[in-house]
Design a protein around this ligand. Structure first.
Ligand SMILES: *Cc1c(COP(=O)(O)O)cnc(C)c1O
Length: 216
């Protein structure tokens, strides 16, 4: 597919959902993609990108950021506490906040540097044991800690549904939890299911292979 096709599918999904006026951020997830493919999407005017590894992003993005205006970079993958400092300087948005230790580290660092990226709490909507993300029954506590106690800029919730489940239920659950907590943004939907995610309220869709082609 291509960026242009994806953007038009996003518009169609918004119309079908009666959400024409809503902003839906299309995050082009460029992890592992060859540099020329990323350049092509930048040259088409797209500016919102996602990566899942801090080190890979540090190797790739400073150069693009010096060459192109107004790039907005999202970290969509797991964040280790020893990478927090570098991640906070490079990324405008972090989608994977999922534990107390990470919140404390980010809070500490933001006091030192005087700013903080926008943050999403990642929710493990499938309650899967090995999976990253806060369990559903821990969301209240984590939000209280991050938003109220540490005044961090929590803008919404993110989920990565279990691979073998239909994602629809997970999208509905995530949307409902965000609504209950009056969080404005919901990060859900990838190449295969972003249309459904938009119909169920996504404000941020994370699309990789459908924009760039299969990852090598
Ligand atoms: C890779 C990745 C995506 C994009 O996946 P595609 O199926 O290529 O669209 C979205 N979200 C996260 C967290 C990812 O790691």
């Amino acid at each position: 597919m291509s960026l242009e096709k994806i953007l038009s599918q996003v518009e169609i999904a918004k119309e079908q959902a009666g959400r024409q006026k809503d902003i839906v951020n299309v995050i082009a997830v460029s992890k592992v993609q060859p540099i020329p493919r990323i350049k092509k999407v930048l040259d088409q005017g797209h500016r919102v990108f996602g990566e899942n590894r801090v080190q890979e992003s540090l190797d790739k993005w400073p150069k693009f950021i010096s060459e192109y205006d107004k790039i907005e970079l999202h970290l969509v993958g797991a964040l280790q506490t020893n990478k927090v400092k570098e991640a906070m300087k490079l990324f405008n948005v972090i989608h994977s906040i999922d534990r107390e230790k990470l919140i404390l580290k980010i809070s500490n660092e933001s006091q030192k540097i005087g700013f903080c990226p926008d943050l999403f709490i990642q929710v493990n909507t499938g309650n899967e044991n090995q999976k990253a993300g806060v369990k559903i029954d821990e969301v209240d506590y984590i939000l209280e800690l991050a938003k109220v106690k540490h005044s961090l800029p929590i803008v919404g919730l993110m989920c990565l549904p279990p691979i073998h489940d239909s994602p629809l239920n997970h999208f509905k659950i995530l949307y409902e939890i965000a609504k209950k907590h009056e969080l404005p943004r919901v990060s859900m939907g990838m190449s295969n299911d972003f249309v459904d995610a938009i119909k169920l309220g996504a404000t941020d869709v994370r699309i990789g292979s459908a924009i760039f082609g299969q990852r090598g």
